[in-house]
Ligand binder design. Sequence first.
Ligand SMILES: Cc1ncc(COP(=O)(O)O)c(C=O)c1O
Length: 445
Amino acid sequence: MTDNAARQLASDLPDLQAHWMPFTGNRYFKEHPRLISRAQGMYCYSHDGRQLLDAVAGLWCCNAGHCHPKIVAAIQQQAKTLDYSMTFQLSHPAVFEFANRLTDLAPAGIDYAFFVNSGSEAVDTALKMALAYHHLRGEGARTRFIGRERGYHGVGFGGISVGGLSANRKMFGAMLSGVDHLPHTHDLEHNAFTRGQPEWGIHFADELENIIALHDASTIAAVIVEPIAGSGGVLIPPQGYLQRLRDICDKHGILLIFDEVICAFGRTGEAFAAHRFDVTPDLITTAKGLTSGTVPMGAVLAKGSVYDTFMTGPDGAIEFFHGYTYSGHPLAVAAGLATLDVYLQEGLFAHARSMEEKFAAALHSLQGEPNVIDVRNFGLIGAVELAPIEGQPTARAMQIFRTCYDNGVIIRTTGDTLAFSPPLIIEDEHLEKIVESVRTALRAQ
Ligand SMILES: Cc1ncc(COP(=O)(O)O)c(C=O)c1O
């Protein structure tokens, strides 16, 4: 870069001092800023004029592509019609319509939607629902939760307690008591370079029986898993694994929660991963693709049997002492309704499904490139795992991320794994650019 260009770049930047950035190396970032100023469709544009192909849909959320005109128009219209209405004891019409539309889309039996503002809030809400459900049924001793190693369920105290990523837990004390964890299902020795679901590994679900035997079913409220673990490294469930968890939970009266914050809204080529894997949980947590990332929103979707358990007590009494000032915020609801329209009218779930094989072939063509030790995929979610640099975990993946960015492609890293979750509007030429950019970066190490 010339001196002039560098000066121009520096002058376009705001003062970066005061913003304490989430999940970011603040000092490094502020020395090497990467700011996105605008976005459209498959592309983001940086403050210094780069066009960047987005291979991760923002942060696994902009499933309809960036700044879709119909979603933008709906948000603009809503902002000048109703900015806010009280959410406790009052409401607004569109939130009921949205709940109906969402539950129509959800697996049969999932008939109720409780709105929140993020994936983390959805998870903590679902955990509280599970506790209260058992309490109301006279089984108040069911207070334990079972999560899974390498699971990510956001950053609330409930979410980090059931989550299985040690970096997210270790500085925050004892968290929720009584939580236990299933083993994760990742096994390179048996399953490296599997396309789709591994045939090997259903037995990982049987560990739930051992955990139940240890604690006794009468103390366990719920099991929570991501159908496909995202932030923990894109771990695809072995064939039959999720059904086995469902069967064991049913046998012991334990609620099953699917955290579909990443997996829902077309990521697996269906509305929900529960559809694609043909396993229906009792509660689904979701966010991100719910509004295609445009306005913060999350939801817990619940089975009728869970909701009905709450609908007792005196008439007029509050049934669930929980909720947020912005539960079902009008702007988020408008964005959500428009997003559902776009998904359905433009056939984006079917498009994602139609791209799945090409996506798999493109990613798996990276097998054999330097330091690639695994490639895995399902729907439009994929991962390339790299051998760590000795003594410097995560450094290799970060190096690839930076090279790809410099070459015009945004990918994501989790540990030494490169993760891919493109907007569902992806076409062949985008796929090719993403994979060739990663290949170039791998060869340049
Ligand atoms: C599976 C899962 N659950 C929960 C969350 C937390 O969502 P949020 O960042 O909106 O709080 C995430 C975020 O990536 C997620 O992937």
